[in-house]
Unconditional design. Structure first.
Length: 52
């Protein structure tokens, strides 16, 4: 397995984090289109979506 440089590791970490945030926001607006603000407790909303 090739050794990753710290810079590329940080880029991958940022990319994954941004994707997670974006998907949470997209799911939130998809399931709750009438709410204008982002969820205050993201975990609670994600759990409600999963166990709907």
């Amino acid at each position: 397995m090739p050794q990753l440089s710290p810079a590329s590791g940080l880029l991958i970490y940022l990319f994954v984090t941004l994707n997670l945030l974006l998907s949470i926001i997209v799911i939130h607006y998809y399931y709750y289109p009438d709410t204008k603000a982002t969820p205050t407790v993201p975990g609670k909303n994600v759990n409600t979506i999963i166990y709907k």
